[in-house]
Ligand binder design. Sequence first.
Ligand code: IMP
Ligand code: MG
Length: 179
Amino acid sequence: MGTDLEKVLISKAEIDAKLVELAAEIDRDYAGKDLLIVGVLKGAVMVMADLARALSSEVTMDWMAVSSYGAGTKSSGVVRILKDLDTDIAGRDVLVVEDIIDSGLTLSWLISNLGSRGPASLEVCTLLRKPEAAKVEIDVKYTGFDIPNEFVVGYGLDYAEKYRNLPFVGTLAPHVYGG
Ligand code: IMP
Ligand code: MG
């Protein structure tokens, strides 16, 4: 896997198994409902694709792209919309699908933005959650894995737009990001 990566934190098999579990819960919780799943670009592409295929329910999918100002490995909490939803979510059951929650700043901004549009319900599913996320008050209904406070890449997650296509989640060697 090259010298940029330090170790595999979560294997593809572990991710697949977890998404099947989460999908079963989501199927159960939204039975009889008309669920809209919203993926947050670009990181959530892999989770959306695999989670959607693990669901038995009929769902519709939409995408949003947001950007936290600033580069590097820390979120600033200042968010702007790069691409908005195509769907009017008023009265809809909406499930936001995220790759990772770190500080939670991006997500809490997103939740208040989407919440103001009057959805019937608004919940969050994230594949990964870091310890910092526990400090902000966002109710995350579905969490895949709680991970240590390390910078991870793969399965949609990038460092400087690289490594998104790795089929697993791994940690970067410190020399790559100057750590
Ligand atoms: P937050 O606002 O700090 O919760 O994080 C917002 C975004 O930062 C996430 O949606 C990711 O795109 C990115 N991010 C946070 N932690 C990591 C990481 O460990 N690896 C790659 N991207 C991350
Ligand atoms: Mg993200």
